[in-house]
Design a protein around this ligand. Structure first.
Ligand code: HEC
Ligand code: HEC
Length: 373
């Protein structure tokens, strides 16, 4: 495996234009995304800055504006690690003791910086650190709220991805924001072996992967407390708004149609429809040309998997690139109240994307519903 430079993507501008046409409803077109102009991902002449904070800032900038400074090196081709996925649903079911033992083993591995053969990471945000799972998936919601550079994916060498929470994600395959792994074991193996993440010197055993997967399936947070975490009246109103069909989108045939609601995709807010959607943010947060997410068999950009909304109050910022959460530029008086500021930024983006036409009070009600999940 030879390190190679992150190549300029010839198709990026084309994808940007296609996407702008595909996913932006007519009503939400102003202001137009600037991907085509600013979407070339790499300043090829520059070199890697060594300062981790500066690199992280660059990645966040990449996520927000579709540009990144600095040269990045990747190794290897995309591997879906499908060989480690269980092929039969538990030939002989585990006894509860066996299961408990495996979960304990998984817990131990999840917190260890050495047991999986970790070496210093070459991920720019975690450079030179010897990582445990918990270094990135930190409690309470098992996300550090940071956007890391991972890859290769099926379609890109490197992509900025926000560390997802791990709350109640058992049974929500496929995994990762773009659904490129069929089971938890495969996702976990990629994290262990990727030089950008744990950079392990050896392959994990199937038993280690099973233990980690079982442990991950146990993770959750306590339910949100009414009055303390959210306003119950607002949340009840927000729940109604969540299922109200009043937005626009563009159908497969390109026609504008009416009748989109939050539950069109988040059928079950604590689950997922298992499908992919391109939710584009209004200018200037439009990095989709860089990271298309899932691309289907016919070559169409499908975007990202509908995420499980459990514990949203603890998982800001939001979206695959962490781009929903920068309060800068929002006109909300609540902008410094994390996660409310972050959720309001998102509601603004959703409003533009689907022309929901929410009032400020309705947006706040939706936010409180989100805080209650
Ligand atoms: C460098 C930080 C980092 C480390 C270390 C890390 N992860 Fe992750 N994890 C991420 C990011 C970022 C993603 C999203 C990847 C993507 O969408 O391409 C992710 C995705 C996942 C997912 C998929 C979640 C979903 O809902 O689809 C699981 C499960 C997971 N990691 C478990 C683990 C386990 C177990 C370990 C330890 C063996 C680990 N991770 C180590 C950052 C990390
Ligand atoms: C067309 C399908 C679709 C609709 C409609 C939709 N969502 Fe989403 N939602 C998604 C997808 C896909 C993502 C992940 C987007 C990404 O990462 O780029 C997402 C992400 C989110 C997140 C962030 C979760 C996280 O962990 O980052 C929240 C919260 C959310 N949606 C709430 C809502 C609310 C509230 C509405 C209605 C106002 C709504 N969604 C409408 C598909 C949809």
């Amino acid at each position: 495996m030879h390190p190679r430079r992150f190549p300029l993507r010839r198709g990026a501008a084309l994808i940007a234009v296609t996407l702008a046409v595909l996913v932006l409803p007519a009503a939400a077109v102003a202001p137009a995304p600037s991907i085509a102009a600013g979407g070339v991902p790499v300043d090829a002449a520059a070199v890697v800055p060594v300062d981790a904070a500066a690199v992280e800032a660059a990645i966040v900038e990449h996520a927000r504006r579709g540009t990144i400074k600095g040269q990045l090196v990747v190794t290897g081709e995309f591997d879906d690690h499908a060989d480690v996925c269980p092929t039969t649903p538990d030939g002989t079911p585990l006894t509860s003791e066996e299961r408990e033992e495996l979960v304990e083993e998984g817990r131990r591995l999840f917190h260890s910086t050495t047991e999986l053969g970790q070496q210093a990471s070459s991920g720019p945000t975690v450079a030179d650190q010897q990582l445990a799972c918990v270094s990135c998936h930190t409690p309470p919601a098992y996300t550090d709220g940071r956007t890391h550079l991972v890859g290769p994916t099926e379609h890109r060498d490197l992509v900025p991805r926000h560390t997802p929470h791990l709350l109640r994600i058992g049974g929500t395959a496929p995994y990762s924001w773009d659904g490129r792994f069929d089971c938890l074991q495969a996702t976990i193996k990629a994290a262990i072996t990727s030089p950008l993440e744990m950079n392990a010197a050896r392959e994990p055993t199937q038993e280690q992967l099973n233990a980690l997967a079982l442990f991950v399936e146990t993770l959750d947070v306590p339910d949100a407390v009414p009055e303390q975490d959210y306003d119950p009246e607002l949340a009840a109103w927000g729940e109604q708004l969540f299922s109200m069909s009043r937005g626009f989108d563009i159908a497969e045939d390109g026609a504008l149609f009416y009748g989109v609601s939050c539950i069109s995709c988040h059928h079950d807010p604590l689950g997922t429809d298992g499908r992919f959607h391109a939710i584009i943010a209004p200018f200037p947060r439009s990095p989709v040309a860089l990271d298309p997410g899932h691309i289907d068999d016919r070559g169409r950009i499908r975007g990202f998997k509908t995420p499980v909304l459990r514990g949203v109050r603890l998982t800001a910022p939001y979206f695959h690139d962490g781009s929903m959460g920068d309060p800068t530029g929002s006109r909300s008086p609540y902008l410094n109240e994390d996660p409310i500021g972050a959720l309001l930024v998102m509601m603004e983006a959703y409003d533009l994307r689907f022309s929901f036409n929410f009032t400020p009070q309705e947006r706040m009600a939706l936010v409180h519903y989100m805080l209650s999940l």
